[in-house]
Design a protein around this ligand. Structure first.
Ligand code: PBG
Length: 341
């Protein structure tokens, strides 16, 4: 018996007839069989807009990302369109925060101002808005605050009414798509109903359907100045330790309420969830949010020279896509679009 036979313990004795390395031996062969390709048109860039003029304030924990004023937005949108990105998602930081987040439902609020600038510049470029209250409330919770047995809580059904209002305000101001991120029960249905009643039955909803209560949102809360002043968001966002199938229930409910696109968030440590949702609903567009903490960790390590940013980002986002998400929301959208050309 040759030493090669001894080493081959697989029952079908495939080796040496079968050699997996034959499909890896040069770039042309590897390219031919690579199934997962990132594409700029499937990437969405998050942008943070706040009132002001010529404002471009870098977010310390998210290098290369800025809070910008609406007059700066046209430059950003034009660049995103030129790079062939799929769209942008806007987050608003109001001049003044209050108990109910009144700027969020104000037709003259920060998001309508931003939409006016965006749509004037690039009317055909996809502009999505985040629909939630945490950026607008002084307490930083994602809806109407209340107390349940003495504990901080959010009044689900009172929040739904406000979400429907916010949705209509955004749609009227020109948003192409709405993305509710507050994890309120019934949020998609409430928004859908409100939109349909006001003549916006054509405006799609991309629901943050399976959104986990994640420590990876840390840097975003600096960016949006939206950290909860007391308590946390575990009363509405999902528990990372819950059965993975709970995500399927969340998605199923949102689809029943009329969600057009569903999202899993965060992305990189929830690849199992992305895979489950994608397998279960192959016909539903699936998005994943590569969140702020995932971004900042890589940036910090790259700044130290400890990892190769470009290689790590392309590998990570490829994994997200391979898991089953076609749409990726990422702070690297512009970089990736440049790297791909
Ligand atoms: C809530 C919202 C959050 C993010 C997107 N929408 C923060 C949260 O739920 O605390 C996080 C995005 C990120 O971390 O990049 N409106």
């Amino acid at each position: 018996m040759s030493s090669m036979d001894e080493r081959n313990t697989f029952p079908n004795q495939a080796f040496p007839n079968v050699r997996m390395r034959r499909l890896r031996y040069n770039p042309a062969v590897r390219n031919l069989v690579s199934r997962t390709r990132l594409c700029a048109s499937e990437l969405i860039l998050p942008l943070f807009v706040r009132p002001g003029q010529k404002l471009r304030r870098e977010i310390e924990s998210m290098p290369g990302n800025y809070q910008i004023s609406p007059d700066i937005l046209p430059d950003e949108i034009r660049r995103a369109e030129d790079l062939g990105l799929g769209g942008v998602i806007l987050f608003g930081i109001p001049e003044k925060k209050d108990l109910l987040g009144s700027d969020a439902t104000d037709p003259a609020g920060i998001i309508p101002q931003a939409l006016e600038a965006a749509k004037r510049t690039c009317p055909d470029f996809l502009t999505i808005t985040d629909v939630c209250f945490c950026e607008y409330t002084d307490h930083g919770q994602c809806g109407v605050p209340c107390r349940t047995n003495g504990r901080y809580d959010v009044d689900n059904d009172a929040t739904l009414e406000l979400l429907a209002k916010q949705a209509v305000v955004h749609a009227r101001a020109g948003a192409d798509m709405l993305a509710p991120s507050g994890m309120m029960d019934g949020m998609v249905g409430a928004m859908r109903h409100g939109l349909d009643q006001e003549g916006f039955s054509h405006v799609p909803i991309m629901s943050y359907a399976a959104k986990y209560a994640s420590a990876f949102y840390g840097p975003f809360r600096e960016a949006a100045e939206s950290a909860p002043q007391a308590g946390n968001r575990k009363g509405y966002q999902m528990d990372p330790a819950a059965a993975a199938e709970q995500a399927l229930r969340e998605v199923e409910l949102d689809l029943a309420e009329g969600a057009d696109i569903v999202m899993v968030k965060p992305a990189m440590v929830y690849l199992d969830i992305i895979r489950m949702v994608g397998d279960r609903w192959p016909g539903v567009p699936l998005a994943a949010y590569n969140v702020s903490g995932e971004f900042s960790m890589v940036k910090a390590a790259a700044a130290q020279g400890w990892i190769d940013e470009k290689a790590v980002v392309l590998e990570s986002l490829t994994a997200v896509k391979r898991a089953g998400a076609s749409i990726i929301i990422t702070y690297w959208a512009k970089d990736v679009a440049e790297w791909l050309t």
